[in-house]
Write a protein that binds this ligand. Sequence first.
Ligand SMILES: *[C@@H]1O[C@H](CO)[C@@H](O)[C@H](O)[C@H]1NC(C)=O
Length: 312
Amino acid sequence: MKPQRLPLPPVPAAALLLLPVALLAALLLVVYPNEFALQASLAGAAACGDHQGGGGGGGVQAAPEFRLLIGVLTLPARYERRHLLRMVYALQQPAVASRARVDVRFVFCRVGSPEDRVLVSLEAMAYGDVVELDCPENMDNGKTHAYFSSVPRLFGGGEAAYDFVMKADDDTFFRLPELAESLSRAPRRDLYYGCMVPCDYVRGSNEYMSGMGYLLSWDLVEWIVAAAAEIEGRTGGPEDRTLYSWLRRGGRGRNRVDVKPAMYNFPGRHPCSHEFIPDTIAVHQLKDNRRWARTLQYFNFTAALKPFYPVI
Ligand SMILES: *[C@@H]1O[C@H](CO)[C@@H](O)[C@H](O)[C@H]1NC(C)=O
């Protein structure tokens, strides 16, 4: 954008092509001023309402019964999966909008590849729903801690931006109406909610909420920030079990809500697998499109769609 003092060359065709892009970018800047930077996208989105709601139509709404952040921990290169998840959650928003505010954000550590940086930025501009955390991309090396401990800073601005904060896998399908129904009955404080594993235990010392998706009440998320010194050095390893070890040591998360068998792994032989059931809250291990399709089909997800091709 530096003004140049050179004689004006003829406008190259490329510049003309770029003009609409520049205008669009300017427009996005105006509409979502806080969401341009990847890192800011989360905080900005919390402040300016959910524009990925899919339905809604901008009607005036009463304050929601509760606010839920779903952070889907994923990897930058999983573009197709994010696309699917965006649709699946946006399409469910109208069914929960009257009672809950549900924000879905895609969370990675630092985006390493220059190529991903450009393409992920495109998503940040278009959807404002990606969050880049200041950690090296990893598995079992502290990403969960980086996520939960960043949430108050990214969203909170000193107060509770959400009642519940979830960490979810990118191969988990949550049914938002069923989740909202279940959460409306859950305690709002000291809450540790999910699918307790191992699934074949009734009680045991090595149990914790499965990483398919679990949530904490906001006070526990703040506690994770406050307890940084105690947690330091204990953020690696199997992260979901590790998180439970912090809670246990800190005497937190005493309101445990285990919704088994409403959350389960895709039908099969894995532990925690279950046949599809009507009261399902979440299905996990949707690792390919075939599984997604079978699951969505069972729940009549697309059944309302009228044929969009001429019927002969
Ligand atoms: C899907 O629709 C069929 C036909 O209306 C119905 O029998 C079935 O119970 C529905 N399934 C679920 C999970 O709601």
